[in-house]
Design a binder for this molecule. Structure first.
Ligand code: KG4
Ligand code: ZN
Length: 339
């Protein structure tokens, strides 16, 4: 039997400082996440400069705790992985420099990981034995992609948003409803008390058979609805707005992912990214997969939003191929998937 592989992974692309030790790409030995949500809440969104400073303050403690919690010694760790894009450049550089310093001092290989590929790999941490190929809907605060995962390291993007990311639309609608940051979980909760059929918000499908998305029209439709009703002094039921907006997002997301899987003859569909934590999306994708005979996979809710465990999982498959990075690896805020 071949030797077990232990990877220390670090993630700092946005407002979570995270570190994790992963065994053989599939088993979480430790998963430490220090979130800055409480700090950025005051500003209504992530302030990049503040995020970088907080990462600097926290990164050493988060990494030490991840190694300690894992029960593994530094000698047993085979590689140091880190997110190098996409994300906020100043935030990424903190994790990247910490990873470089450790890899250099410990004489271990450095593995630069794409954050989106990490989100997809969160599905491998579920003891479900998921193996490619599968169709994955990646929905986060910065990205909305339909990705055909042809192999562990082979990603074919079939569709993407042409304007706002889905999570961004959630956050903006939440702000208009006065729910605060981050809006996704708040809309999710409020929508449970609302009627999803109350308001007929647009389902933007774009050209025939396009797998791309557009959420800016939906966002504007919600903002117009709120403004017009306020002007006319018509009572607005916030829960109905949340539920109807959410349903318009989920309908399009599910519909296009199922079409993509049919197009490529995939038998499996997976969810990934922060918005994959959304209860209505999870429920609707699951029931539509059952209806259409697809096997359905999704990460635990805490593995949907940013974490380092997913980075460690992605890095394992890069480790097997000896896809190591040089020590001059830079941060790439707009890094594309599959690059
Ligand atoms: O993946 P993530 O943690 O960060 C990025 O890579 O962008 O995603 C954060 C996004 C935010 O827009 C947040 O509002 C959204 O995920 N989100 C949700 C839920 N939980 C987080 N959106 C809808 N429903 C949720 N339950
Ligand atoms: Zn993310």
């Amino acid at each position: 039997m071949s030797k077990d592989v232990y990877i220390l992974a670090i993630e700092s692309s946005c407002d979570e400082t995270a570190a994790s030790v992963i065994k053989n790409g599939r088993e979480i030995l430790s998963n430490v996440i220090n979130t800055q949500i409480e700090i950025h809440k005051e500003f209504g969104g992530v302030v990049p400069e503040v995020a970088s400073r907080k990462h600097i303050e926290n990164v050493s403690d988060v990494i030490s705790k991840a190694v300690e919690d894992s029960g593994k010694s530094v000698e047993e760790i085979d590689a140091v992985a880190v997110t190098y894009g996409p994300g906020l450049v100043g935030a990424l550089l903190v994790g990247l420099n910490a990873a470089k310093a450790l890899a250099y001092a410990w004489k271990k290989p450095l593995i630069g990981v794409n954050h989106i590929e990490g989100h997809i790999s969160a599905n491998y941490l579920m003891k479900n034995n998921l193996q490619p190929p599968f169709m994955c809907l990646v929905v986060s605060g910065g990205h909305t992609h339909i990705v055909h995962v042809e192999d562990y390291g082979k990603f074919n993007v079939l569709g993407r948003t042409r304007d706002d990311a889905c999570g961004e639309a959630y956050d903006k609608v939440a702000r208009a409803l006065g729910l605060g940051y981050p809006g996704g979980p708040k809309i999710d909760k409020l929508a449970k008390d609302g009627n999803k059929d109350a308001i007929d918000f647009p389902r933007v499908k774009l050209e025939n058979h396009s797998l791309d998305f557009s959420f800016s029209g939906l966002k504007s439709a919600v903002l117009n609805y709120l403004n017009q009703n306020k002007q006319k002094n018509i009572e607005i039921v916030d829960a109905d707005v949340a539920a109807s907006f959410q349903e318009a997002c989920v309908d399009v997301l599910v519909d296009k992912t199922i079409s993509a899987a049919k197009l490529k003859g995939c038998s499996k569909i997976a969810l990934a990214g922060g918005v994959a934590a959304n209860s209505r999306l999870r429920e609707s994708m699951k029931s539509n997969c059952q209806l259409n005979n697809f096997d359905f996979y999704m990460p635990d809710i805490k593995l949907c939003t940013d974490n380092a465990a997913m980075i460690g999982s992605r890095a394992y498959y890069m480790f097997l191929n000896e896809e190591f990075s040089e020590f001059d690896l830079n941060a790439y805020p707009n890094l594309e998937i599959g690059k």
